[in-house]
Design a binder for this molecule. Structure first.
Ligand code: ATP
Length: 868
């Protein structure tokens, strides 16, 4: 156990050779060379080699290997070689796809790798957590994840949740006092902070004492199992489907094999028949296609500012029917500007304050003191609400940093969105003063006196009402209002929330935060898409209503309720009410969870935004937890399944639209694969029932299923985004992909392909040569399925979506055609694939027949769209 908790902060800093200015770049570099990076080792991930061999565990591949072996025993060495080549090619292709998809997801993870704030070269800077070194000074505030073990050297009401380490879910209060006890358990080391925990409240500074695997969590965790991405519901259900299908097919194959033998068909032929059927039926590429499409989809979404952290979110996005969004910064610009001030019974525009007036002067000074924002080298650092106050001060030549130096802060209670207040204590010449700023409705009951031109007065009921009235007027114009108050306190005393009372009122500051330009259009598009946008805000109800009305979220003021009203409702009552509410104002993070649950109970799929440390549970409860990339805390990001890099509501709507497209594309790719397989099965079954010769050799079906079919399937999965997706209602998350309508479509489309193929097969048979017959069947099937790729792009006709809008389908088509013709015309290949030379007339028929299913399909689509 480390001894750092027993030492004083000074001793620790001396031992680790660091000053209050933090390390220099040179120190950091040297230490990184000695101690390495601050990373916990992840569980071993499967190597490409293992992935390659994993492909041979597949049922289909096993069947094929058995077939290859039996072919070999029967002297069909050519078939054996082809089967083996195709199997190996398939495994290589599968491995490449797997590795590519994994790379794409890794890149995504890098975008969301955690960051930490450290003091280096006497400045607070943000660095990747991996770059922290022993001796760094970690700057901690509410919402930060702690990414190294450290000894505290400063603590202002610092509260830390260490549940990941100790199992204790309540936050622990921290201090800097040394603990002179050798064997204190981790949970009682109040002056230490540990990796894996997070700050729930307050502020602190800690010297890093251990990183990476040397930290307490590193010692217990050893290996984190974060390398494996869990499968999405769709992947799981496809896996189940695949297993069931494989089992069913195997049974049918065995039965057909037995029937054929009883009927007196030759052993080899019967066997080949059964294998053909198995190959025709098993949708080999299914699962990997889904992974690839999801991986590519998330890459595109990341480019459009939405980073997916959990793959399953992509699927759920398409089903989102409610978006609960924060107001500030998400629907609005988060650029606050002070418009009006209210002091001493007067509303004064922001540019008409008199610094010679004692109260007006006091308001500005206090607004700058109870404030953490500052401007340095033309960079604005800190919360926009506080920045607005800094700018107000600068307008009257007050420099916030100078003011703060003049009246140093000796204690503080940081802003907390639950309390809606912030307090600081400052030393003025003779006095010690506590300044508080925050929401008026919270502060008003705590006011006892008021600053007037005639000096301090006990606040009268009339004055109270006047302040409330002014607050209402400001709020109705969509302004955010802060009240500022103060009181004298004893010297050298720490403060807690119980001290926030008995204040003297100085004034109100009203600031504007305009809605983002694009919010209104995004809200409209949501409503058109059957998605209800809901505003959830810590702000005042009247302010929130005004903004919500401007952007179209709220039509009627009765659709807004406040946090205290939620508290009065039972869960059941909230469920009944929730659908009629568009604005929830003055809510706390606890209300957010209840709101999400109420919607979910009503059968909705909810996306909810969050940024604060206490938003974690609501973000986890939501179907899609959306964290703010810019202003969000690390804790919120960790709890989310999607991060917005631009904090913009519009990005959520875009992500939903992308989610819908991706799901549709996957569905279309599956439709393509299954209908093609169904076509082949119908042909094989037809031949069995009528006792005709084998229409395809196993290698034919292998060639189609594993090679010429997988490229079009991927191409369909990459179909460009169709704007019309936002005209439909959200997809029901519980309706299975493989439902009756879908299965019927698979069967019908398969039947069309089968009819064309059977036609060609019978033409071939009429020549009396079975080789010609099977060549014609194979070529028609392969071509028809390649052309069918264009059908599967959309439920609309190819002309409605544009023939050339998806260039991948053309590439896939031509590569397929080229491969097919190589097999047909290169003599060496023609020998192995057992194809006969066809006449021009036969080719003419094959091409015509292969296009037949396409024409019928397109004709139906045109009719269907017209009817709709
Ligand atoms: P939204 O949920 O829409 O993003 P918000 O998160 O901005 O809203 P909060 O930050 O919780 O809401 O603010 C709620 C109220 O707290 C504000 O209306 C304001 O009165 C007060 N407030 C906001 N920021 C501060 C601050 N830095 N200091 C003191 N009071 C603040």
């Amino acid at each position: 156990m480390s001894e750092y908790h027993r030492k004083s902060s000074f001793e620790v800093m001396e031992k680790l050779d660091v000053t209050r200015e933090g390390l220099s770049d040179y120190d950091v570099q040297m230490r990184q060379e000695v101690y390495g990076t601050n990373e916990l080792l992840e569980g071993k991930r499967t190597s490409a080699f293992a992935v390659f061999f994993g492909q041979f565990k597949d049922l289909l591949v096993i069947i094929l290997l058995v077939a290859a072996f039996i072919s070999f025993l029967l002297g069909e060495v050519g078939s054996t070689i082809v089967i083996l080549i195709v199997v190996i090619l398939n495994a290589v292709l599968g491995t490449v796809q797997h590795v590519k998809a994994e790379q794409s997801l890794d890149n995504l993870k890098e975008l969301t790798s955690p960051v930490a704030k450290v003091v280096r070269n006497n400045q607070i800077v943000e660095v990747a957590s991996a770059d922290i070194v022993v001796g760094d000074l970690l700057y901690l505030e509410a919402g930060d994840f702690i990414s190294a073990d450290g000894r505290l050297i400063e603590s202002h009401n610092l509260q830390i949740n260490e549940s990941s380490l100790t199992g204790e879910s309540l936050a622990v209060g921290k201090s800097t006092v040394p603990i002179d006890d050798e064997d204190v358990p981790l949970g009682d080391q109040k002056n230490m902070v540990f990796t894996g925990s997070f700050v729930t409240n307050g502020r602190g500074l800690a010297v890093v004492t251990a990183i990476g695997m040397e930290t307490e969590i590193g010692k217990i965790a050893n290996l984190l199992d974060s390398a494996k991405e869990k499968k999405t519901p769709l992947q799981v259900s496809l896996d189940h489907f695949g297993e069931k299908l494989a089992l069913g097919i195997t049974m049918i194959c065995v039965a057909i094999f037995a029937i054929d033998l009883v009927r007196g068909r030759e052993l080899v032929e019967s066997f080949m028949f059964a294998v053909s059927l198995a190959v025709a039926a098993i949708p080999e590429a299914l699962s990997s296609i889904v992974t690839i499409v999801l991986a590519f989809g998330t890459r595109k979404m990341a480019k459009e500012n939405a980073i997916i952290r959990k793959l399953y979110a992509v699927e759920s996005l398409g089903s989102v029917s409610v978006i609960c969004s924060d107001k500030t910064g998400t629907l609005t610009e988060n650029k606050m500007t002070v418009l009006n001030v209210y002091v001493d019974q007067k509303v004064i525009p922001y540019n008409e304050l008199q610094t010679a007036n004692a109260i007006e002067n006091k308001l500005i000074v206090q607004a700058l003191l109870c404030n953490d924002a500052f401007e340095k080298e033309q960079q604005e650092i800190g919360d926009p609400t506080e920045m607005a106050l800094v700018k107000l001060g600068r307008q009257y030549d007050f420099n916030e940093l100078t003011v703060r130096e003049q009246y140093p802060r000796v204690a503080e209670l940081p802003f907390d969105s639950g309390r809606k207040l912030m307090s600081t204590v400052h030393r003025f010449n003779q006095q010690t003063v506590m300044i508080t700023k925050g929401a008026l409705d919270v502060l008003l009951p705590k006011l006892v006196k008021i600053e007037t031109a005639n000096g301090l007065r006990v606040m009268t009921q009339a004055q109270r009402q006047k302040i409330e009235e002014v607050n209402r007027q400001f709020s109705m114009s969509g302004l955010r209002v802060l009240a500022i108050a103060y009181k004298e306190v004893q010297r050298n005393r720490t403060i807690d929330v119980n001290d926030e009372k008995d204040f003297t009122f100085v004034g109100l500051v009203a600031m504007m935060d305009p809605p983002r330009n694009e919010s209104q259009a995004a809200v409209e598009s949501c409503i058109r898409a059957g998605i209800k946008p809901v505003m959830i805000t810590g702000d005042h109800k009247i302010t929130a209503t005004a903004i919500a009305q401007q952007i179209g979220i709220l039509k009627n003021p009765s659709e807004a309720i406040e946090g205290y009203e939620i508290e009065r409702l039972t869960d059941q009552e909230l469920q009944e009410k929730v659908q009629d509410v568009s604005v929830f104002a003055r809510v706390t993070p606890e209300h957010k969870i209840r709101i999400v649950k109420a919607w979910q109970e009503k059968g909705h799929v909810v996306a909810m935004t969050g940024d604060g440390v206490n938003d974690g549970p609501a973000l986890r409860q939501a179907d899609i937890g959306v964290a703010m990339g810019r202003t969000g805390t690390e804790v919120a990001k960790d709890a989310s399944s999607m991060i917005l890099t631009d904090d913009n509501f519009t990005t959520i709507v875009k992500a939903i639209s992308n989610g819908r497209s991706i799901y549709t594309n996957i569905k279309n790719a599956i439709l393509f694969l299954l209908s093609g397989n169904a076509g082949a099965i119908f042909v094989v079954l037809y031949a069995t029932v009528l006792g005709l010769p084998v229409p395809f050799a196993p290698v034919h079906l292998l060639f189609i299923n594993l090679l010429t079919d997988s490229l079009p399937a991927i191409a369909i999965g990459l179909e460009p985004h169709n704007k019309k997706t936002m005209k439909d209602k959200p997809r029901n998350i519980h309706s299975p992909l493989l439902n009756k309508a879908f299965t019927t479509q698979v069967m019908l489309e398969g039947l069309l392909i089968a009819i064309a193929t059977i036609f060609a097969f019978r033409m071939g048979l009429s020549t009396g040569d079975t080789l010609t017959a099977s060549t014609m069947a194979f070529t028609t099937l392969c071509l028809a399925r390649l052309v069918h790729g264009f059908n599967s792009r959309s439920k609309e006709s190819i002309f409605a979506i544009g023939l050339f809008t998806n260039k991948y389908t053309w590439v896939a088509f031509f590569v397929g055609i080229l491969s097919l013709h190589l097999v047909l015309f290169v003599p060496a290949l023609a020998g192995v694939f057992k194809v006969a030379t066809l006449s021009i007339e036969q080719f003419w028929w094959i091409y015509s027949l292969a296009f037949m299913p396409f024409l019928v399909n397109q004709w139906v689509k045109v009719l269907f769209v017209r009817r709709k």
